[in-house]
Design a protein around this ligand. Structure first.
Ligand SMILES: [Zn+2]
Length: 225
């Protein structure tokens, strides 16, 4: 009996020691190291926008091309030198970064705090899901675009390949929760899985979500299905 208790205690202590360990992968509640999956890096997004070529032509001049300053982790995505001013009924935000490449439709991704400054009420949506979202006015060095829709707050999400989704036991479109340790520990729900071609393993939260839980790019988390 005493031996059983000791064995159980040892097992509990081992489980506890892997929890929140930054070296341990995070897909499994019991024995992460045994799962053979990589820890998921965190990418923190500030407010930004994506432009259609037609809108870029108006804002920066006909045939304009973005100037890359930094590759992002997602394949083909980059931060550009170009910025625009976003204007709403109550105020404006200057120097909002344009991310490349060009998209079919212009999409503005705000922080919730920005929506109060601008007087715009964007829904929380996945990228590309713009139907019924509010618009805004964009001001560039060469012209102004009045958007009828396209302003959202990005829903937090995790990018991964199909193989990584299988290793984590999740599927594209599923929502999961992510649990963070540390002084501002907490759990974030409604985290969408975006799995498939063109995705690289990374969890995207915005700067407000990151600050609320003191998350940095070095923070690891536990994925809860
Ligand atoms: Zn993303």
């Amino acid at each position: 009996m005493a031996q059983d208790y000791e064995a159980l205690l040892k097992q509990i202590l081992e489980m506890a020691s892997t929890y929140g360990n930054s070296a341990a992968p995070n897909a499994c509640a019991q024995a992460p190291a045994a799962c053979g999956v990589e820890p998921i890096p965190v990418g923190i997004s500030n407010r930004h926008l994506h432009l259609s070529q037609a809108d870029m032509d108006v804002l920066f001049g006909p045939g304009y091309e973005l100037t890359k300053i930094k590759d992002l982790k997602q394949p083909g995505q980059f931060a550009s030198k170009e910025t625009v001013t976003i204007v709403g009924p109550k105020g404006a935000l200057e120097k909002v970064r344009v991310l490349g490449p060009i998209r079919k439709a212009t999409q503005v991704e705000l922080l919730l705090g920005d929506s109060f400054k601008l007087g715009i009420k964007p829904p929380t949506r996945m990228s590309g899901d713009l139907a019924g979202s509010p618009g805004a006015t964009l001001v560039g060095p060469k012209g102004t675009v009045v958007l009828s829709e396209g302003v959202i707050v990005a829903q937090r999400h995790i990018h991964m390949t199909a193989a990584e989704a299988e290793a984590y036991g999740v599927t594209n479109g599923q929502t999961v929760s992510i649990e963070f340790d540390g002084p501002r520990c907490g759990v974030l729900g409604n985290v969408a899985i975006r799995a498939g071609e063109g995705h690289a393993l990374e969890c995207h939260v915005d700067t407000e979500e990151a600050n609320a839980l003191a998350i940095t790019s070095d923070t690891t988390f536990k994925l809860i299905k």
